[in-house]
Write a protein that binds this ligand. Structure first.
Ligand SMILES: [Zn+2]
Length: 313
């Protein structure tokens, strides 16, 4: 069994971290992130066209789904694949600059359209943060402000939101109305595959740690990514989709920090697809067919840990 160090930070370290984190947040939050997308990657209009083409070529297996309106004015599209009663979900690009996550989501959609999972309907949403994707920005624009979409959900130890973005509200409503049972959310980079709790707390266990670990191991057979608790393996973050979906609904939610760069070359992105799509399929195939029942958070929040959230994965 993998052991992780317990988190403990002293006052001096904390105050230094506060300064570093504040400077980093200020440098990332605004239009400064508008660098051109890496060479060879698409705009959201192209992603929409790819989904439409996939539906055209896989009639019977795949249908286009409108998840809701984005603050950009675009509709957020996904693809519904298969016809089973268990409904699972794959979401890419909460963070607009994480191009590898979009590619792996599209790879997953193609794989599922070719061969749906028996007994399941799987929804794949390749791009949640449309304005961020089109401008190579982690953050998503709403009015004149920018928000981190994966801090915009309600959570047991707080949130930077909730729901200041239409995209996150649309996804939360989608999870509720569709009765999603398991989900894989795709990010870059670290690499790692992590499970709840990922919040500002020293009490990080759920009754399902062993199940989450075993699902993570199945998901990483090809990639060999480390598997663990989100707070301990990466950093604590309040208001993420993963903790929200488990805490609110008992969704078996796992987060993939894919690859080693936010801007992979096309060959690197292809490798990320090749080593992750089989594992994500295996994760969905082996997840429980019903939601978790014991998903309340009974620990204590430790707000001092918030400064460890780097907002960069
Ligand atoms: Zn991310």
């Amino acid at each position: 069994m993998r052991k992780f160090p317990r988190i403990g930070i002293g006052g001096a370290v904390l105050s230094a971290l506060v300064c570093v984190q504040a400077a980093r947040a200020a440098s990332q939050a605004g239009p400064a992130g508008r660098a051109p997308a890496p060479a060879g990657f698409s705009k959201y209009a192209d992603i929409k066209k790819m989904l439409q083409d996939l539906v055209q070529t896989h009639r019977g297996n795949a249908r286009l789904v409108d998840v809701g309106q984005s603050d950009s004015g675009d509709r957020i599209y996904g693809i519904e694949i298969g016809s089973g009663t268990v409904r699972n979900l794959v979401v890419g690009t909460h963070h607009g600059n994480e191009y590898g996550s979009t590619e792996v989501a599209l790879g997953m959609a193609r794989s599922l359209a070719d061969k749906p999972i028996p007994g399941q309907t799987v929804y794949v949403i390749p791009v949640l943060n449309i304005s961020g994707y089109d401008s190579n920005n982690r953050y998503e624009k709403a009015g004149s402000d920018y928000f981190d979409p994966n801090r915009d959900y309600p959570g047991p130890c707080g949130t930077a939101g909730p729901f200041r973005l239409k995209s996150t509200k649309a996804l939360a409503d989608f999870v509720a109305t569709q009765g999603i049972v398991a989900s894989a959310t795709l990010h870059t980079f670290y690499p790692a595959v992590v499970y709840p709790w990922g919040i500002s707390s020293q009490d990080l266990s759920t009754p399902y740690d062993d199940l989450f670990k075993s699902l993570g191991q199945m998901a990483t057979r090809e990639s060999q990514y480390p598997v663990g608790n989100s707070t301990q393996l990466i950093y604590p973050a309040d208001g993420t989709y993963e903790d929200f979906a488990f805490w609110q609904h008992g969704v078996w939610s796992m987060l993939f920090e894919l690859g080693k760069s936010h801007s992979p070359s096309k060959p690197e992105a292809e490798k990320m697809v090749a080593v992750n799509v089989p594992g994500i399929r295996r994760l969905l195939e082996n997840s429980p067919r019903e939601r978790a029942t014991d998903h309340a958070f009974r620990g204590r929040c430790d707000t001092r840990l918030r400064v460890l959230d780097r907002h960069d994965e």
